[in-house]
Design a protein around this ligand. Structure first.
Ligand code: GUN
Length: 296
């Protein structure tokens, strides 16, 4: 059994990007830019935005965090997004989700220029992903595919079972893995809360991707020997032995499922760090595209 070290792979990717960005900077005296827009003070969102901004600094991406009060109106946020669309300093615009309830998320995402949508959430980019065109792939799905590639895990003809049909993980990762491409070409089943006898599906999985947001939901009786487990869940559970009073666990019962697995991602340190690495990669890609630079 191999534990997939997402932290290490993400660090490798950041190092590769840092070198490329530094080379382009010395050639053109320009660096990529990313703006992260945070509305309100959701604690998890604050942590994520801080981590994203720190990762930008590390690789040489110019980053700005636009912090807006919870009361910001939808109209004002739309205007702010539009201003960043035409601001050449930024190749990527990220609006941290969730947004306050009085703001329509779909409307805001659709206002981001698809050419700066480094989260890969815009309907145009999701559509391109679905039909196999070059696009900004949503970061967590792209991170999963990258992990499988870097660990040389065969996907061609394999049965991938995805648990969860969210727009930011389940649906896009299923679409990525079924493309007729290197690193994909899998047979994909998407399961969700209405599935009857879930085990009938999960027991046939060569690769199981769990993205449902329920702590320790996948148990050892649900998987076959040799399965590859990709655990996307990040769930807080009470733990009095920790200073914080909680610890993070995935959607998979790691201790028992790992005994049957050939590969498994841990939580934390598996898929999580890859999401940010892919965001940086998308920002770099946007920078190349908007300046007509070739990759170095
Ligand atoms: N909220 C949860 N995950 C994400 C993400 O990947 N990007 C953004 N913008 N918001 C999120």
């Amino acid at each position: 059994m191999t534990i997939i070290d997402g932290k290490k792979v993400a660090a490798d990717i950041r190092k590769e990007l840092k070198e490329k960005i530094s080379e382009l900077q010395s050639e053109h005296n320009k660096v990529p830019g990313l703006v992260a827009i945070l509305v309100g003070s959701n604690p998890a969102s604050q942590v994520y935005v801080r981590m994203k901004s720190k990762a930008c600094d590390e690789v040489g991406i110019y980053s700005v965090v636009e912090k807006l009060p919870f009361e910001t109106s939808e109209e004002d946020l739309l205007t702010i997004v539009q201003n960043y669309n035409s601001d050449d300093r930024f190749n990527g615009i990220l609006v941290q989700l969730p947004l306050p309830e009085h703001i329509n998320e779909d409307k805001i995402i659709e206002a981001i220029s698809p050419s700066k949508d480094v989260d890969g959430f815009h309907p145009v980019n999701i559509g391109k992903l679905m039909i196999g065109q070059d696009t900004f792939e949503s970061c967590t799905p792209a991170g999963i595919v990258e992990l499988l590639k870097r660990y040389n895990i065969e996907t061609k003809g394999k049965h991938v079972v995805v648990l969860g049909r969210s727009n930011i993980v389940g649906k896009p990762v299923a679409n990525l893995l079924l493309q007729k491409k290197e690193g994909a070409n899998a047979v994909v089943t998407v399961c969700h809360s209405a599935a009857k006898n879930l085990k009938d599906y999960t027991l046939t999985a060569d690769i199981l991707i769990a993205a449902i947001g329920r702590a320790n939901f996948v148990t050892e009786d649900m998987v076959k020997d040799g399965v590859v487990i990709i655990d996307v869940g990040i769930n807080r559970i009470d733990d009095d032995s920790r200073k914080s009073g909680y610890r993070l666990v995935g959607d998979v019962d790691f201790e028992n499922v790992s005994k049957k697995s050939s590969y498994i991602t841990p939580v934390p340190g598996g898929v999580g760090p890859m999401t940010i690495a892919m965001l940086l990669q998308n920002t770099y890609k946007s920078f190349l595209k908007s300046n007509n630079y070739n990759s170095v």
